[in-house]
Design a protein around this ligand. Structure first.
Ligand SMILES: Cc1cc2nc3c(=O)[nH]c(=O)nc-3n(C[C@H](O)[C@H](O)[C@H](O)COP(=O)(O)OP(=O)(O)OC[C@H]3O[C@@H](n4cnc5c(N)ncnc54)[C@H](O)[C@@H]3O)c2cc1C
Length: 416
């Protein structure tokens, strides 16, 4: 049997790794549009800060392809899939046959801001932080002349790059169209102390400010906001959101909305085509809404299930769970469950103590979201209660007093 994997991100790498671990001896061919062995995007900030010296970014080892006997085509983009011939098409016109195809083409930066620059592709004028290729490009631009960075977007990638560039000695301004940083992760109240920490680091925050136009003569020089204000900078980094990489699948008959739509076995419209990771839209385990979850644990989980299903194990994928954690503020910040504002809740538990803030949202007596700052201890237990859809009415007081422990958890799960 011949398996082709499109993409060498965490999903693609995990499909290949699991296949080999499970004793698959057939041929595995892997394509990546980037010329690197599999790398870990969450390590990109440390990689940049170390000026490319932190090799732990290659989390599966730089010898991944040889060690796992994979025919790797790193730096070769797949430009189409021909399911009726069971073939993929490389950008140089070469064709490769498969028995099973796994699409793990991930996502790219989505930049909804116009550019009015004089040279080459306008979009090239924005830098981004979405891939190792993009970070290498950014690294080349960080010369002694680069003094001021403007980051557009204060989500977790935007905040991460802002803090990293600040640590590297640049002056940094972050432009965010919402009224707070990390708008999908925390509400306004929780965002406020975090914003104070970011400002204390010397980062300028412009909230309620929408980037409209990037312009310059020889290079990008200034960002015009929708209120007419102009922000000057030496480098402009977009952290404005992501889009699934599906363009190359046009006409292939694979079900696509924004991302690829898959069934409960992560099959994409055909018995022998699977898809997983940032490129797919899957139901959320807590809210039932279907969208790309775009987080590392989902990439790994889906990659593993795809590999096992290629081997005929018939594992059902139950749904995605959003979770984000950030450690840049000098204290842990964890949020999990429905996104901020995604669904209505009917009850809210708020706990505030010294260096500790917890917010738990309930709907019909079940946890649908929690946010923890300073104290990450309850995360595991709250996660288990939430994904099991257990009713928590009778243990609410315990949650507040931190008495929640595994013995009680077992009791809750037993009673529900
Ligand atoms: C800076 C940063 C920090 C992050 N931090 C966290 C974190 O702390 N926690 C967390 O949970 N998540 C984090 N994430 C998100 C997480 O990294 C992604 O959810 C995960 O990488 C998704 O894996 P993937 O393999 O599906 O896609 P990707 O990582 O996007 O990989 C896709 C792969 O497909 C290749 N490809 C695309 N199109 C083609 C084509 N046509 N032909 C061939 N190859 C193609 C690409 O080159 C790439 O190798 C972070 C992401 C970034 C960018």
């Amino acid at each position: 049997m011949k398996v082709i994997i499109i993409g060498a991100g965490p999903t693609g790498a995990y499909i290949a790794k699991t296949l080999r671990e499970e004793g698959f001896l057939g041929k595995i061919i892997m394509f990546s549009s980037e010329p690197f062995p599999p790398y870990s995007p969450p390590v990109l900030a440390e990689y940049l800060e170390s000026n490319g010296k932190n090799k732990s970014i290659f989390w599966m080892g730089e010898d991944f392809c040889d060690r796992l006997a994979i025919d790797c085509f790193m730096g070769k983009k797949v430009v189409n899939v021909l399911p009726f011939l069971k073939r993929v098409l490389g950008e140089d016109g070469s064709q490769y046959e498969y028995d099973i195809l796994a699409i793990a083409s991930g996502s790219r930066m989505w930049i909804p801001i116009k550019c009015e620059c004089s040279k080459e592709s306008d979009k090239e004028k924005f830098y981004n932080f979405k891939s190792l290729t993009a970070v290498e490009k950014l690294r080349r631009e960080l010369t002694e002349k680069t003094k001021k960075a403007v980051i557009i977007g204060a989500g977790f990638i935007g905040i991460e790059i802002a803090i990293t560039l600040k640590k590297m000695g640049l002056s940094v301004t972050v432009v965010e169209m919402m009224d707070r940083i990390l708008p999908r992760m925390v509400n306004k109240k929780i965002a406020q102390p975090l914003q104070r920490i970011v400002k204390k680091m010397g980062i300028e925050l412009l909230l309620n400010s929408k980037g409209k136009l990037l312009r310059g003569k020889e290079k990008a020089e200034e960002l015009v906001l929708s209120d007419g204000k102009v922000i000057k900078g030496d480098i402009f980094v977009a952290a404005t959101g992501i889009m699934p990489n599906v363009d190359f699948l046009k006409g292939a008959g694979i079900p696509i909305r924004k991302g690829i739509l898959v069934d409960e076995y992560l099959r994409a419209g055909s018995e022998n085509i699977y898809a997983g990771g940032d490129v797919v839209e899957v139901p959320d385990l807590i809210t039932g809404n279907v969208y790309s979850h775009a987080i590392y644990p989902e990439a790994i989980k889906q990659g593993r299930i795809i590999a096992l299903n290629i081997l005929g194990k018939g594992i059902r994928y139950e749904g995605g769970v959003n979770m984000n954690s950030l450690y840049h503020f000098g204290l842990p910040l964890i949020s999990e469950g429905a996104m901020e504002g995604e669904v209505e809740h009917d009850e809210e538990i708020n706990i505030e103590g010294e260096n500790r803030v917890e917010k738990i949202l309930l709907k019909d007596g079940k946890i649908i979201r929690f946010e923890l700052i300073g104290n990450k201890k309850p995360a595991g237990i709250l996660h288990s209660i939430m994904v099991n859809h257990s009713r928590v009415n009778f243990i609410k007081e315990y949650i507040k007093t931190e008495k929640l422990n595994f013995a009680l958890l077992t009791e809750i799960l037993w009673k529900n």
